[in-house]
Write a protein that binds this ligand. Structure first.
Ligand SMILES: [Zn+2]
Ligand SMILES: [Zn+2]
Length: 180
């Protein structure tokens, strides 16, 4: 028995005449749409799986990268927090880190605290042991002694789940974008 030659297009719902049972759409245009639709579903599914496979440590890294990028942008018009320089040498422009006053190693609970993080020359941050004493002087002049002392006294642990970290990443990506 022959299939009914009348059919409804699965994309645009128009009636069309079927050539065979594999014939599901009315036109090449709708055929292209089905392929695009399938590809976008596939892409979304791939992204979803990739995100689901991320560990808390992956999320923490992504959140930290987004936070750090925002801090560097926030302090774009300020010199290095610890030494007041604009560059590491006269001959080339400075390359910048987001330097944490209390380091993410010894005070991981302050890794996303904005008052604890400022733009710092890579040289100072990485090779000068963070230049803690000079950093403190610079920090006092930016946020004031009471805020510095509050940071120094802050031992409140923060627990971040994967979804908290994802929210932090997205928040700082958005904040960075808003500044650009
Ligand atoms: Zn159609
Ligand atoms: Zn410095």
């Amino acid at each position: 028995m022959q299939p009914s030659p009348q059919a409804t297009c699965t994309v645009c719902s128009r009636e069309f005449v079927r050539r065979n049972t594999m014939h599901r759409v009315c036109s090449p245009r709708c055929a292209i749409k089905t392929v695009k639709r399938a590809k976008s579903i596939e892409r979304a599914e791939f992204k979803r799986r990739k995100e689901a496979a991320k560990s808390t440590s992956d999320w923490r890294k992504e959140a930290q990268a987004a936070f750090n990028a925002y801090i560097r942008k926030r302090d774009e018009d300020k010199p290095c927090i610890c030494c007041g320089r604009w560059s590491e040498s006269e001959s080339r422009g400075g390359t910048w880190d987001c330097g944490h006053y209390r380091s993410t190693g010894s005070a991981p609970h302050l890794r996303f605290t904005e008052a604890n993080a400022h733009r710092q020359l890579k040289q100072c941050n990485r090779y000068g042991a963070g230049r803690a004493v000079d950093y403190r002087i610079g920090l006092i002049s930016r946020i004031g002694l009471p805020a510095v002392e509050a940071l120094e006294a802050d031992q409140t642990p923060r627990k971040y789940s994967a979804s908290d970290l994802r929210a932090i990443r997205d928040e700082y990506r958005a904040k960075l974008k808003a500044m650009q």
